[in-house]
Design a protein around this ligand. Structure first.
Ligand code: UDP
Length: 406
């Protein structure tokens, strides 16, 4: 477990003192997180790192994961896609089944926390237990809500409004709601295996293991194999640039237990890349943090060509390593990248290919983008800022309408 004092050299003593102060104000209450997967994806990533740190601050934190079968997760994946603006058909039976699985889970969960902190749509209907258990309920949304399909949005909104507060990752996702809503961006942990400094020989060993040539440029996208991460678009970008620059492409990622589409996407990606030994498709098991860290550090340029994105933790991870990043201007990515200052924002395959060629040909400019990006992440998107925002949120739940005297 990483000791909280290890963050002092990165963020300063004042930041850590403030966290202890806020935790003390929260006064021995328990926060109970509930989501739908223990591994894979950004939510699990953040909770895994944040919970031990909050416990060191003296906050009691619990984490429960709801259970669901294939049918449930294929419905929640349809929700996910519909919320991201993809046209999908969701039947009345789907909605009913979704609620029934939530209610089944509710029977098994011991709602012992003072604050119930529910993450994303999958467990949203647990809030029906609020009338039995009382307490403070906050709903934390990590996904892109800019163009949701109306039926799913209306269904979810009827649940969101049962909560005491809703939390979104970027201003563009806020809704017209009858409950208070707050903006809290996600974060990365600079001391996790995913982000800590790595020795060069360790990085080289990972490259050797996957047959990647360290002498030629490496272009990487780290993502779950999901259509919304557009891995097929990335291959198209690579093919266009490869005509001019002798580079390699690394597409690395795994699946999440709540995403049934992953293997289908992986197959399509393999077919699209067939026959090119400079395309490395790496299917990663959970807990591949050191490998991801090494691949990011070894990369010349990092892509995140998502069609939709909640926040895009992989962008923050790459920028923290001072890498030049070219990413789509979707979801929370524009919060992380100021175009042509701390990275490049793009809107198309053509645009991404154009800038990739430019950055591969101009290493000085590319390096400058990476250095600026690192500074931006340091000031805005590290885990200490995230814990501070959560503690303030939890405190606010007990001081609705008050001015808090600290
Ligand atoms: N990640 C991982 N293994 C994988 C793919 C992704 O550990 O195979 C991590 C990635 O490094 C990042 C998180 O999962 O920390 C993904 O968060 P992001 O916000 O980029 O996307 P999400 O998967 O939540 O849509």
């Amino acid at each position: 477990m990483t000791k909280i004092k290890k963050y002092v050299p990165i963020v300063g003593q004042g930041v850590i003192d403030e966290l202890y102060f806020l935790a003390e104000k929260f006064g021995g209450k328990t926060v109970q997180n509930i989501n739908s997967t223990a591994v894979g994806g950004g939510v699990a990533e953040i909770l895994t790192r944040m919970i031990p740190l909050m416990r060191q601050l003296g906050v009691e934190v619990l984490w429960d994961v709801i259970k669901g079968n294939e049918k449930f997760f294929s419905i929640t994946k349809k929700f996910h896609n519909a919320l991201h603006g993809i046209n999908v058909t969701i039947t009345d039976d789907d909605f009913k089944y979704f609620v029934s699985v939530n209610h089944e889970n509710a029977k098994e969960i011991n709602f012992s926390g003072d604050v119930l902190f529910i993450h994303d749509p999958q467990p949203i209907a647990l809030v029906d237990m609020k009338h039995e258990h009382g307490k403070q309920w906050a709903w934390r949304c990590h996904i892109d809500f800019t163009q949701p399909q109306a039926d799913v949005m209306n269904f979810l909104q009827s649940y969101i409004e049962k909560y005491d507060s809703a939390v979104f990752s970027a201003p563009a996702f806020s809704r017209n709601l009858s409950i208070p809503q707050v903006l809290i961006s996600p974060s990365i942990d600079p001391l996790s295996d995913k982000n800590k400094e790595l020795r060069m020989d360790k990085i080289d060993r990972v490259l050797e293991r996957f047959g990647i040539d360290k002498e030629r440029p490496i272009v990487t996208q780290i993502s779950r194999f999901d259509y919304l991460k557009d891995p097929l678009g990335v291959i198209e970008v690579y093919k266009r640039v490869k005509q001019y620059v002798d580079c390699q492409l690394v597409l690395a990622g795994g699946g999440a237990t709540d995403d049934p589409e992953g293997l289908e996407v992986l197959e399509k990606v393999r077919t699209a890349a067939a026959g090119d030994s400079d395309v490395h498709i790496i299917f990663l098991p959970p807990a591949s943090d050191i490998i991801i860290n090494a691949l990011q550090r070894a990369s010349t340029v990092i892509l995140q060509k998502s069609l939709k994105e909640g926040f895009g933790l992989t962008v923050a991870e790459a920028l923290w390593k001072a890498k030049p990043v070219i990413a789509s201007a979707v979801g929370g990515i524009p919060l992380q990248i100021a175009h042509k200052y701390s990275g490049i924002l793009t809107y198309s395959i053509d645009g991404t290919a154009y800038y990739l060629k430019q950055l591969l040909n101009d290493q000085t400019y590319a390096n400058k983008l990476g250095i600026n990006g690192k500074e931006h992440i340091k000031h805005n998107f590290l885990i200490t800022r995230h814990i501070r925002d959560y503690l303030l949120l939890f405190l606010s739940l007990y001081h609705r309408g008050d001015i808090i005297h600290l």
